[in-house]
Design a protein around this ligand. Structure first.
Ligand code: PXL
Length: 280
């Protein structure tokens, strides 16, 4: 199989392990070529740091996309996440329309917030735009906060029981037109994972692993990156979500054992070998 190629549209945060500093190593370890299209350069991510620098890359993005188009590049996946401005919505939509081929999988991680709150740099305009962008996706990977934003309901109306969350995942599929992997879902005590709606089969399934009782940052990016790598490697949605959940669990256990500060993300680097093709 030729090396799959993914266009990864996320911010580059120099410190804190999220977005491209997760997507590039994770996809590389999985034997997938990752081509970054940075949306912003930050000195750190915005969770738990103050005084971070923020360089908006909006103007460079369309030019880079035009160069890739002129080169005739094709991608097995377009994978987007944290965006730097509302204007980037249109640029990413146009990127998807330009580069989507018959077998390209479009994964939109509708990064907007967590724990019931929007991230510091996210304006209401950007959140509305994210819902529009997500309408172009084959697969979306919202956490519970982002699911509520996409459904335009208060976070506490989403519910936490299996029945409500299954209904939310199904609703997020837009009538079965796109797959949904709802993350941060706990269906039994001591477990966490995801709820998947697979647009190919029309079926809902759950993935649950042992929960580590601590808050983590950047696990959504680790999850979505492994999921994308597994999907371009030919895995089913359920198998890809299982692989992603299992890797996040291993990262969470290691990070908790080391008592790493929350804002430093998860200590995934020593575990990348688990993702090497043929090893797991
Ligand atoms: O992990 C989501 C994320 C991505 N990028 C930046 C962030 C965050 C979450 O805080 O601040 C810059």
């Amino acid at each position: 199989m030729p090396t799959p190629r993914v266009a990864a549209i996320h911010d580059l945060s120099g410190f804190g392990r999220c977005s491209l500093t997760v997507a590039v190593p994770v996809l590389s370890a999985m034997g997938v070529q990752c081509c970054p299209l940075p949306t912003a350069f930050l000195s750190t991510h915005t969770g738990g740091f103050s005084g971070y620098t923020f360089l908006d890359m909006t103007d460079a993005m369309a030019a880079a996309a035009a160069h890739w188009k002129a080169l005739g590049l094709t991608f097995d996946a377009v994978y987007s996440g944290f965006l730097g401005s509302a204007r980037q919505i249109g640029i990413v939509e146009s990127f998807i329309r330009t580069f989507r081929g018959p077998s390209t999988v479009v994964v939109v991680d509708p990064v907007m917030g967590d724990q019931g709150q929007a991230y510091q740099t996210y304006t209401p305009d950007l959140c509305v735009g994210m819902a529009r962008l997500a309408a172009l996706a084959d697969v979306i990977t919202p956490n519970l906060t982002e699911a509520a934003f996409l459904l335009e309901i208060p976070c506490d109306r989403l519910g936490t029981d299996g029945q409500s969350l299954r209904a939310a995942a199904e609703k997020l599929s837009l009538g079965g037109r796109r797959s949904v992997v709802l993350t941060g879902v706990s269906l039994e005590a001591g477990k966490t994972g995801a709820l998947c709606f697979d647009a190919a089969s029309g079926e809902l399934s759950a993935v649950q692993t042992a929960a580590v009782d601590r808050v983590f940052l950047g696990t959504g990016d680790v999850f979505a990156s492994v999921l994308t790598g597994a999907l371009v490697g030919g895995a089913s949605l359920q198998a890809a979500a299982e692989r992603a959940a299992e890797f996040v669990r291993a990262c969470a256990e290691r990070t908790a054992a080391e008592d790493l500060p929350v804002r430093e993300g998860v200590d995934f680097e020593p575990l990348l070998g688990l993702l090497t093709p043929g090893r797991v």
